[in-house]
Design a protein around this ligand. Structure first.
Ligand code: SF4
Ligand code: MG
Length: 316
């Protein structure tokens, strides 16, 4: 359904993303995990064709969606795809909702634009989707404004808008970060159910390894703009090969649900203007040896997964 190969992104002379690859089948959930600044959102923006808005461009690699390379898709065609077969859910619902417009017309507009429905068909579809998302009294909700709803409800409306065009792939960029913990769990469960019911493909971007463990089939771990380990979730959690992945998993039992549990790894995420030479993780890696500071590690196969480390495997 979606296959990203050796993606490289540049903003002028700076290349914050390189060598990112992953693939996603129908009905699968892929987690992209890493600290803030690791390139997760840039990856999402690349897939959605939104890089040019922020001055970035794809300088290498391919993004195949249903047999078509999106990296050279003209903007008018992209505009049809975005919000249509490719849905995006962002961290802050208010970036997707118009505060001055009632909920109903906002959701209706998606089916009218992408599915060519008339006003009454679109409204019937809106009410049905809101119901699927366990929003009580969908008919009444249609007449409310965004500010009359809680954060969790607003995020459900954003999900409804993404679903209204009957997408094949949903990209959710930290969809629960702005919500409180109990609501976070509900939204994640909801996304998980939708994938199963609708045979959707979901790219779930998160900094939370426990969310990956609960919901994803596959995972890509990112660090300093690179994918450093990827594979089936079970395999990665059973036997993480990369010291960074090991550290991320090691942070889970603390049970913290926000960025805190990642800052539990000593040291800071490298700045994009000054990525370390060699293995990007070497300044923070407890297992680093001399070669790590000079040579970029290649991917090493382990089971069905791969890790980019000179000394993959369990800590010595
Ligand atoms: Fe650590 Fe070296 Fe592996 Fe990088 S390559 S993760 S520095 S052991
Ligand atoms: Mg982000």
């Amino acid at each position: 359904m979606l296959e990203v190969r050796d993606l490289e992104v540049a903003f002028g002379p700076v290349a914050p993303l390189s060598g990112v690859s992953f693939s996603l089948e129908k009905g699968e959930t892929l987690g992209i995990v890493g600290e803030s600044g690791s390139g997760k959102s840039l990856t999402a923006m690349s897939v959605m064709g939104l890089l040019p808005l922020s001055g970035g461009r794809i300088t290498a690699g391919s993004i195949m969606f249903d047999g078509q390379d999106l990296t050279n898709l003209p903007e008018p065609a992209y505009r049809k795809l975005r919000g249509g077969r490719l849905g995006l859910i962002t961290q802050n619902p208010m970036t997707s909702l118009d505060p001055l417009q009632k909920i109903g017309p906002q959701v209706d507009a998606v089916a009218r634009l992408h599915l060519g429905m008339n006003a009454s068909e679109a409204r019937a579809r809106t009410v049905e989707i809101l119901g699927t998302l366990r929003i009580p009294e969908p008919g009444t909700i249609c007449n409310r404004y965004p500010h009359q709803m809680s954060g969790g409800m607003k995020q459900r409306i954003v999900i409804a808008m993404a679903l209204a065009a009957d997408p094949d792939v949903l990209v959710a960029d930290e969809p629960t970060t702005a919500l409180d913990v109990t609501v976070q769990a509900q939204i994640i469960r909801l996304l998980d159910d939708l994938v199963k019911e609708r045979d959707l493909s979901l790219v779930l971007i998160t900094h939370d390894m426990s969310v990956v463990a609960q919901t994803c089939d596959k995972v890509v771990v990112m660090y300093a703009g690179r994918a450093i380990e990827h594979g089936p979730v079970e395999a990665i959690f059973d036997a993480p090969q990369h010291p960074y992945t090991q550290a991320l998993i090691g942070c889970i039992p603390k049970g913290l649900s926000d960025d805190e549990h990642l800052t539990g790894i000593p040291g800071t995420v490298p700045n994009v203007l000054n990525y370390p030479k060699g293995c990007p993780f070497h300044p923070r890696c407890t297992q680093a040896k001399e070669i790590c500071a000079t040579d970029v590690p290649a991917f090493v196969q382990h089971g069905n997964g791969q890790a980019a480390c000179h000394f993959p495997g369990a800590p010595q």
